[in-house]
Design a protein around this ligand. Structure first.
Ligand code: SAH
Length: 352
């Protein structure tokens, strides 16, 4: 039993089964024993590796795309350069280096990191020096906003409902003796069709966060790029645990495994449109990186002696690696050029 398993068991004994959202939030963010509160999970020694940790090329190309969007919008200064869920700060460090191609951009940027974990906040300060840290997206300044998020939305708590004969029953975490087990709450009505046994998964906070980001961009200018694994109008159970680079039972090691779910990009795009901004079509990460010139960059790095560059290129772009599973979505204001590498979802939806 992990310390968190005891804490969760006590909570369930006292108040009854808890939703997956509550389970996920406690496991990831509990101040003493939460997964992100206690460790640096990235890299070979950790539980998973992310695109910016694989290669500097990822952050550089994201930085270049935001730099072009900044120039296209008349180089507004000052502006906020934000990243929710910055992990080790690697992506932001690579972006800050890349945006130096645009004169005065780095000086005009107020770097703002949205990070829930005090442990990771300290790591990010070590890496990036003085940056502004906030805990929620609402705290972002009201000024032009250029934002990059990688593998942030997959960490947000999800809820799942299973179709039963008389409605939708929420999947909850309960107890069998001392063991955490998955169960079903009494069914409720949801305005959704579905065949018996089907799982409906929803991440309620994700569209709410996008509405704030897109609202700032629509009002003050800016652009956002969201990268994550997932799909479009995803259905079904994608809740998963990773521990030591291997899949784990999500209930087996609370606080010691990374818990995520695939990101459904369709509700994110819809939220951006509701907020008055333009949303892009989702693109495969591999296609976007190639459109941005990653092959040329990898050859240059390899020629300069970076022995990992070609392997990193393969890992980031190949369809059997991260190239297809990972999608990217961009948001920008109406009546400004598209963020490089993206096309608007469709004009009817964007101007409705
Ligand atoms: N973007 C980084 C790390 C992704 S891991 C990379 O690509 O390497 C997820 C990050 O989101 C961690 O920094 C984690 O602490 C943070 N996080 C998770 N839930 C959060 C929340 N609700 N609010 C703010 N940050 C959160």
């Amino acid at each position: 039993m992990t310390p968190l398993a005891d804490i969760l068991a006590a909570r369930i004994r006292g108040g009854g089964p808890i939703s997956l959202a509550e389970y996920m939030e406690v496991c990831l963010l509990h101040p003493a024993h939460g997964y992100y509160a206690t460790r640096d999970p990235f890299g070979a020694a950790g539980d998973f590796t992310t695109a910016p940790e694989i290669s500097q090329m990822f952050g550089e190309l994201c930085g270049l795309a935001l730099a072009q969007a900044w120039l296209d919008q008349g180089a507004p200064a000052p502006f906020t350069l934000a990243e929710p869920g910055p992990g080790r700060g690697t992506l932001m460090a690579d972006m800050l280096r890349a945006i130096r191609v645009a004169p005065r951009m780095a000086d005009a940027a107020e770097v703002t990191l949205i990070e829930a974990s005090p442990h990771l906040r300290a790591l990010q300060r070590d890496r990036l020096g003085q940056v502004r840290h906030v805990e929620t997206i609402e705290e972002l300044s009201h000024r032009p906003l250029f934002l990059m998020a990688n593998e942030f939305f997959d960490a947000l708590p999800i809820r799942q409902f299973q179709r039963v004969s008389d409605g939708w029953a929420e999947r909850v975490v309960g107890l069998e003796g001392d063991r955490l087990v998955m169960g079903l709450a009494p069914p409720v009505g949801l305005p959704r069709a579905g065949s018996e046994g089907e799982i409906y998964e929803v991440c309620p906070s994700a569209p709410a966060i996008i509405e704030v980001i897109a609202g700032r961009i629509a009002a003050h200018g800016g652009a956002a790029i969201i990268a994550d694994y997932g799909g479009w109008n995803g259905t079904g159970d994608t809740f998963q645990a990773l521990r030591g680079h291997a899949f784990d039972d999500p209930l087996a090691h609370p606080g010691e495994a990374d818990l995520t779910a695939h990101v459904d990009f369709a509700p994110l795009a819809a939220a951006a449109l509701r907020a008055g901004a333009v949303a892009s079509c989702p693109v495969h990460q591999g296609d976007w990186l190639r459109a941005m010139g990653i092959e040329t960059r990898a050859s240059r790095l390899a020629a300069a002696g970076d022995h990992g560059a070609m392997a990193a290129l393969h890992r980031l772009t190949h369809a059997d690696e991260m190239g297809h599973l990972f999608k990217m979505l961009a948001i920008w204001p109406r009546d400004t050029p598209a963020v490089p590498g993206f096309t608007a979802l469709n004009d009817d939806a964007n101007h409705a």
